[in-house]
Write a protein that binds this ligand. Structure first.
Ligand SMILES: *Cc1c(COP(=O)(O)O)cnc(C)c1O
Length: 238
């Protein structure tokens, strides 16, 4: 089966990327990003030992989580896309990890929603903007808006310990940057956040095209979609 072969190839690829820089592959979790693919693929992946899956749209993810649970399958859902604040109430119900907290207001909304709808704290990562371009989401370091500063967002997450557990940082490398430079910058932001919040030691970085550079720069989570599931059909324009 193609999924099994693709998954095996990517596990070996992560292993080789770790070996190349003297890291233990056990330090790197593959999050399989299943957006646009059906719940049946998640069920199949779970049967191949995948425990962590990623989604980027609430409506799609919520429905898929219901289907997967109904099939008797338990996976950890990672939300990796931009979260609209009015979706926080939904996201906290199925997600165990939100990788994309990029404003103090979103941190507060997630904390409030987690208080109402969860029994255990939600794991959160601060999405760092590498180049300061707001289009892809992410909080820059410094910049003019203090409510979107990465260090301030981290502090806000850490201020709600009963509801949010600050685990680290996430970034998407800008396509116009060399990946090693982007992930090097992310590593320096991660170190600054860890200095203030020692438990925040996750670095979610690396996708199908750039996981080697991310692993070299210390990624603990790589988010792989196309390399495992194949190319996504672009959604039809409504
Ligand atoms: C879609 C997506 C991925 C996976 O990207 P691939 O290039 O398919 O591996 C990773 N991270 C985020 C935030 C995504 O939206």
């Amino acid at each position: 089966m193609e999924l099994a072969a693709n998954l095996e190839r990517q596990r070996r690829r992560v292993g080789a990327a770790c070996a190349a820089v003297g890291r233990d592959p056990g330090e790197v979790t593959i999050v399989v990003v299943t957006k646009t693919f059906p719940a049946s693929d998640v069920v199949h992946l779970a049967g191949l030992g995948v425990a962590d899956v990623g989604e980027n749209r609430d409506q799609e993810a919520a429905a898929k989580a219901v289907e997967v649970t109904a099939a008797g399958i338990d996976v950890r859902w990672h939300f990796v896309g931009q979260v609209q604040r009015n979706k926080a109430k939904s996201v906290v119900r199925y997600a165990e990890v939100v990788h994309s907290v990029d404003s103090t207001a979103l941190a507060q909304a997630l904390a409030r929603a987690a208080d109402r709808f969860r029994e255990r704290p939600l794991d959160v990562l601060v999405q760092v903007s590498i180049d300061g371009d707001p289009a892809r989401g992410g909080a820059p370091v410094g910049g003019s808006d203090p409510s979107r500063d990465a260090l301030a967002v981290a502090a806000e997450c850490a201020a709600h310990p009963s509801h949010l557990r600050l685990r680290g940082v996430m970034a998407v490398a800008p396509t116009t940057w060399p990946a090693d430079r982007a992930f090097g910058l992310l590593a320096s932001v991660a170190a600054r956040i860890r200095a203030a919040h020692p438990a925040a030691d996750w670095v979610s970085a690396g996708m199908s095209g750039d996981l080697e550079a991310a692993v070299a720069a210390g990624a603990t989570h790589v988010r792989l979609g196309a390399a495992i599931l194949g190319n996504r059909t672009p959604p039809a324009v409504a």
